[in-house]
Each structure stands twice: as structure tokens, then as C-alpha cells.
Design a protein around this ligand. Structure first.
Ligand code: DGL
Length: 282
């Protein structure tokens, strides 16, 4: 109880509630998370950073992902963010622990994985959980490890599905190509017998309907964006960090600008937004 009060006081006293929430991803896929946060907390200003210069993180080494994530986190802190959301499953898998150590008690930082693990293990409903994600996320084994810490009896079946990100980015969904690829991945013996499937990548909410159609609807498809947004809302409320003033405008930054990134924002954020180029690399 005392600790909780101390944390609340500590964060609140350092960072005013009307400061923005910082959100980052390897690119613009994390806008699916930003969109869910925006819908859940329309009064909050967002500063988004998409590291389009280094995309995709899913095929990078843990060292590179940690380095990029730390640099972006420092940038978001310099922008005065009151909290940071790692809106990327790959960076959440590989850099969250280091970032948390780096931040100490300065401002809260959230991964997109822990709220989902909490959600999945809060009930006895799930006994065989499937996870699909990038190669780096699956190799980290983070979902299985965190789920087993809460409930060792749950079986976690993970499958890397690396072609789904480029497929979606190239605009192939709700068509023959996406149907064939999704069918091929989900038919993998590794995923047989699951009662739920975690969409462990920022891009996968866009093909949620196609995945649901494959299972027709015998298993629960877990899209983490809404779960993460609700978790952050509850946390900010608990720390008296929800904005009560008129919100500042959102800011969207990328480390490499192209027209096609800007056009694709419509897909991930539900509306086209203006991306600003921001160089944060030495
Ligand atoms: N944002 C990444 C994720 O959620 C997918 C794209 C990438 O590999 O960078 O894992």
C-alpha cells in the first residue's frame, strides 16, 4: 500500500498529467496500438515514433533492437512524455526489461505483452494458447515464459509467421494471396489443438477477420491492441496521470519518410495522418 502511494506520488510529482503519452514501434504498424489508445483515451495527446529507417525489427538481432529502443525511449523522454508504450511486440520481447531498468522510477513504461499475459492467465478458460509473431519474438520465447510464470500448466504453442508483415505492407489482405498464406501458416502442426491464438505482432489485427474465418469461430483470437489500451488507461488512472485539460495535438515522427509510409497510415490508424521526419541517430 505504502509502495503504491509512493509510486503514484513519485510519477505524479515529476510529470504533469497533461503531458503526452509516447508510443514507439519499428515502423507504422504500431499505429494499430496508437489507434486503440486514442479511442480508449481521446483526451490524451500522443507522440508516436516509427523507426522506419530500421524496419523490420523482426529479423534484427536482440542487441540492435535494444539499442534502437533505448535511443527512441530517450527521444520520447526528451519530448516530455509522461509514460511510454512499446507498441511493437518484437521490441517488447527483447528490450522491455532493459528499458525498465534504464527508466527506474522516472516515468512508467508499458510493453504490449504483459497486459495480454495478464488477460490470458486471469481466467481458467485457456489451456492451449497459440502465438504467432515475428521470428525475433518467437525466438525470445517471451510469451511462453511469461505465461508459465503465471500458470505453468498452460501449453503455449508458438509459430514464427515472418511473411505476414510484408504481405500486409504490400496490401495483400482479404484476397487469394493472404488466404493461401494464412491457411498455410495456421495449418502448421505446431498450432494444432489450440483454444486461443494471440496475434503477437502489430500488423496482425488487420488480418484478424481472415484468421477468425479460418477457425470459424472455434477458438478465441486475441488482438492485443484493445487489451493494452485498457490496461494503460487503468494504470494512468491509478497514478492520477490521466489528462484533465484540453489535449495537445498528436505528433507522428518517423526516422525515414516515404509517401508510401504516409499513405499506409490510413490502414493502421483508421485515418491518414501527417508523418514528420525526425533524425535521432548519430
Ligand atoms: N512491429 C513489429 C512487431 O510487432 C512487426 C514489424 C517488424 O518486424 O518490425 O513485432
Amino acid at each position: 500500500m505504502f509502495m503504491q502511494f509512493e509510486h503514484r506520488f513519485f510519477y505524479f510529482s515529476r510529470m504533469p498529467a497533461n503531458q503526452p503519452i509516447g508510443i514507439f514501434d519499428s515502423g507504422i504498424g504500431g499505429l494499430t496500438v496508437a489507434n486503440a489508445i486514442n479511442k480508449c483515451m481521446p483526451n490524451e495527446a500522443l507522440v508516436y515514433f516509427g523507426d522506419t529507417a530500421h524496419l523490420p525489427y523482426g529479423d534484427k538481432s536482440p542487441e540492435a533492437i535494444k539499442y534502437y529502443s533505448l535511443k527512441i525511449t530517450k527521444f520520447l523522454m526528451d519530448e516530455g512524455c509522461k509514460a511510454i508504450v512499446i507498441a511493437c511486440n518484437t521490441a517488447s520481447s527483447l528490450a522491455y526489461h532493459d528499458l525498465k531498468l534504464f527508466m527506474g522510477n522516472q516515468i512508467p513504461i508499458y510493453s504490449v505483452i504483459d497486459p495480454v499475459v495478464e488477460y490470458m492467465t486471469a481466467t481458467d478458460q485457456y489451456k492451449q494458447i497459440g502465438v504467432i509473431a515475428t521470428r525475433a519474438t518467437i525466438k525470445s520465447n517471451v510469451y511462453a515464459e511469461k505465461i508459465h510464470l503465471q500458470k505453468p500448466g498452460i501449453s503455449v504453442k508458438s509459430l514464427a509467421t515472418p511473411l505476414l508483415v510484408p504481405m500486409i505492407e504490400e496490401g495483400f489482405f482479404n484476397d487469394q494471396i493472404s488466404s493461401t498464406l494464412i491457411h498455410t501458416y495456421l495449418s502448421d502442426p505446431q498450432l494444432q489443438g489450440i483454444d486461443s491464438l494471440i496475434l503477437g505482432c502489430t500488423h496482425y489485427p488487420l488480418i484478424r477477420n481472415e484468421i477468425s474465418a479460418f477457425y470459424n469461430p472455434s477458438i478465441d483470437i486475441i488482438d492485443n491492441t484493445e487489451i493494452v489500451a485498457k490496461h494503460i488507461y487503468k494504470e494512468l488512472k491509478r497514478m492520477d496521470l490521466l489528462n484533465q485539460d484540453k489535449p495537445l495535438p498528436h505528433q507522428f515522427y518517423v526516422s525515414d519518410f516515404t509517401d508510401s509510409f504516409e499513405k499506409s497510415t490510413q490502414l493502421f490508424f483508421g485515418q491518414q495522418i501527417r508523418l514528420n521526419l525526425r533524425q535521432i541517430w548519430d
